[in-house]
Ligand binder design. Structure first.
Ligand SMILES: [Fe+2]
Ligand SMILES: [Fe+2]
Length: 285
């Protein structure tokens, strides 16, 4: 009688499992479970998990709803009304679900690039936190009589991932250092809207998101600088080149210089890109 132990999934295979799970609550539950398994393995409390290599899908699986529309077709609602506040939280939930996939995707897609273990620790932690953020937004929506999938959402959120599918430095430049940094700029305004409406649950959820997103931008900056150091190239110049090449939106001031600095993003990284942005250009939220 031979006993063959089941082969333990690698981290990149675990990442693909999250990416190919469609339902938001199921995706985030799996994401939490895989993050906990990775943490336990890294702490020596469970058998080691190899990083390995895997083939992620070009696009992650998503639920049937929300309906995905071109950003120009998504109805705009004034945040002063309850319906407007629901729409705002729905948009954030959509961004958070996308962020869960983005963080597992960077692990799965670039498994062939040798990186220190800290790189995986950081993105697993970020994915774990994004999963919490999505669930917090869903809880708020449900408490307000809505749910994720109730409203249409932006199509095209995955574009940055597709554009940088072959370029780890491009991915770091565009996703954490541009898109997630933009989150630091806009979240305080959102918190104010919900505070004025005395929506305590949403205020607390957004404050958690705001506090934790600083680290995600910092991970981006840290590993971007690491890779520039490996190539002996100038980080600022490389960053400008990659953002011009891969980012199609606008870098829109005002910037949250305080939090960007905390995250390791100096002003000379983003200001030159803002100044050359054509005025008529629409932005991302
Ligand atoms: Fe988040
Ligand atoms: Fe994030």
């Amino acid at each position: 009688m031979t006993k063959t132990a089941a082969r333990r999934a690698t981290l990149t295979e675990m990442a693909v499992e999250v990416l190919t799970t469609a339902d938001g609550r199921a995706k985030t539950a799996l994401s939490h479970a895989h993050a906990a398994a990775w943490r336990a393995a890294r702490a020596g409390e469970a058998p080691m998990i190899k990083v390995g290599t895997a083939e992620p899908p070009l696009r992650p699986s998503r639920p049937d709803r929300p309906e995905l529309l071109d950003p120009r077709e998504v109805p705009k609602r004034k945040p002063g009304s309850p319906a407007g506040r629901i729409a705002l939280l729905h948009a954030v939930a959509h961004i958070e679900l996308n962020a869960v996939d983005l963080h597992w995707d960077i692990i799965a897609r670039f498994g062939h690039v040798p990186m220190p273990m800290g790189f995986y620790d950081d993105w697993v932690k970020a994915a774990d936190e994004e999963s919490k953020h999505f669930n917090l937004m869903c809880d708020c929506l449900e408490a307000m009589g809505s749910f994720y999938g109730d409203l249409p959402a932006h199509a095209g959120m995955w574009r940055a991932a597709e554009d940088t599918a072959e370029d780890l430095m491009g991915r770091l430049a565009v996703v954490p250092m541009v898109l997630e940094a933009r989150g630091l700029d806009v979240t305080p305004g959102m918190i104010k809207i919900f505070r004025n409406a005395r929506a305590d649950q949403a205020v607390a959820a957004l404050e958690t998101i705001y506090a934790e997103e600083v680290a995600h931008v910092a991970y981006g900056s840290k590993w971007f600088h690491f890779l520039c150091g490996r190539e002996n190239s100038d980080p600022k110049d490389v960053f400008h080149g990659l953002v011009r090449r891969y980012f199609h939106g606008a870098l829109k001031p005002p910037f949250n210089e305080e939090k960007r600095a905390e995250a390791g993003l100096p002003p000379d990284f983003y200001w030159p890109l803002a100044e050359e942005t054509p005025k008529q250009h629409g932005g991302t939220t």
